[in-house]
Design a protein around this ligand. Structure first.
Ligand SMILES: *Cc1c(COP(=O)(O)O)cnc(C)c1O
Length: 396
């Protein structure tokens, strides 16, 4: 048999981590990597953070799983904390980002169903968006590489140009249920939406009684220097999908909604065997303990400014490779003049972990607990690698 025991759907790199400590990962053969990928914006507290580790250890020894047949003191406590800290009145816990988006889509459709308008079932989504890999969430994007070979996809999505308010407005029709948008596109290339766009979507949603659904799976949970990125825009969504960083590495997600938006999500309408289990709640609670303080969030902004400043200073020295830096807080991307994927691979061999994204962008997503020394090490090694990097033949 030629197929590998692990279904070969990932082009896995030769990096084979077996241990992590703070901002560093260690490979099978003892290699050291400075981790500015954070498991794709997941390990907010780096690796082996004592508070998160202890919370998971203690909870694992106390109670791991019981199902949603029973009362959940752990889920109630974490939901209350999220409600207290956000726009939301109610929370559904999931195990992943795609499930959080699925719950958000269902909640938006159900809102209109509840009000006797079942024909309003279509979400307006945006070019180059990424919402996950389930059938529903691949149907919500226009990216062929995610969709090819999986037809028939689900109806109920219309794709408009990202950050183009006129396009969003023009896409509204009698079937529109709402908008589904990442305030900062992640996989699409670290593209923050403009103030005008986000405020405009809110206004359109209010005007037409539509749901504004935010996918903050990547940009949420302190990554941008706010607990959720919508806070940068002076607006509030109706529904929000959160995951990745929310568990600090423990698989979990959440769909947050206002009481109004969740009107149709009554008993029996949704569920999950594992969602909101005690172990996940312990992890989520420990992450919030650390990141949801004004001091921590300000620190993310400060470190984001420093990292961005250092990268911007470096760029002119390697302007054959790098074009510009973009992003918010510690969700940064370097727009490259050459293939970002090839460069990310090259950096791995030099002990630096970053993540490629669309639009020839290299994502720089360090743990939120980085120190100045990590920024200095990253920029120094990046600069050194850029000096040595030979442009591939076709780009030279
Ligand atoms: C990663 C991601 C998802 C999917 O999350 P999974 O946990 O992989 O299902 C959805 N939306 C955005 C914006 C993401 O970055």
């Amino acid at each position: 048999m030629a197929v590998t025991p692990l279904m070969p759907v990932y082009p896995r790199s030769p990096v084979r981590p077996v241990r992590g400590e703070g901002c560093y990962l260690y490979g099978e053969g003892g290699e050291t990597y400075l981790d500015f990928a954070s498991g794709i914006a997941v390990n907010l507290l780096g690796h082996g953070h004592p508070h998160l580790t202890k919370a998971i250890q203690d909870q694992a020894a106390t109670l791991i799983h019981v199902s949603n047949l029973y009362g959940s003191p752990q889920g109630e406590a974490l939901a209350q904390r999220l409600v207290d800290s956000t726009f939301a009145d109610t929370v559904f816990f999931t195990n992943s980002g795609a499930e959080a988006v699925e719950c958000a889509i269902k909640t938006a459709r159900r809102y209109h169903h509840h009000h006797g308008r079942p024909e309003k079932h279509t979400l307006i989504t945006f070019k180059n968006a990424f919402h996950g890999r389930t059938l529903g969430t691949i149907s919500a994007t226009d990216q062929a590489k995610l969709r090819d070979g999986f037809a028939p996809l689900l109806p109920g999505f219309t794709v408009a140009e990202f950050d183009n308010l006129d396009a969003a407005k023009a896409a509204i029709d009698d079937h529109t249920a709402g908008f589904l948008v990442e305030p900062v596109q992640g996989e699409g290339g670290i593209r923050p939406a403009s103030q005008e766009f986000m405020k405009g979507l809110r206004a359109l949603a209010d005007e037409h009684d539509l749901m504004l659904v935010l996918d903050e799976v990547q940009c949420g949970v302190a990554r941008t220097g706010k607990l959720y990125a919508y806070e940068h825009y002076g607006i509030e969504p109706d529904i929000l999908a959160s995951a990745k960083g929310i568990g600090g590495g423990f698989p979990m997600g959440a769909c947050l909604a206002t009481e109004k938006a969740a009107a149709g999500m009554v008993i029996g309408t949704h569920g999950s065997t594992y969602g909101g289990g005690p172990l996940a709640m312990a992890a989520g609670g420990a992450v919030l303990d650390v990141v949801n303080t004004p001091e921590f969030l300000e620190r993310v902004t400060r470190m984001g400014d420093r990292l961005r400043g250092a990268l911007e200073q470096m760029i002119p020295n390697h302007d054959h490779l790098f074009e510009s830096v973009r992003g918010l807080g510690l969700m940064l991307g370097i727009k490259m003049k050459t293939d970002s994927r090839a460069f990310v691979t090259y950096l791995r061999d030099h002990g630096l972990l970053t993540v490629a994204a669309g639009d020839n962008v290299m994502r720089v997503l360090p743990p939120l607990v980085i120190e100045d020394s990590h920024i200095a090490e990253f920029v120094e090694k990046l600069s050194e690698a850029a000096r040595q990097y030979e442009l591939p033949q076709e780009a030279a």
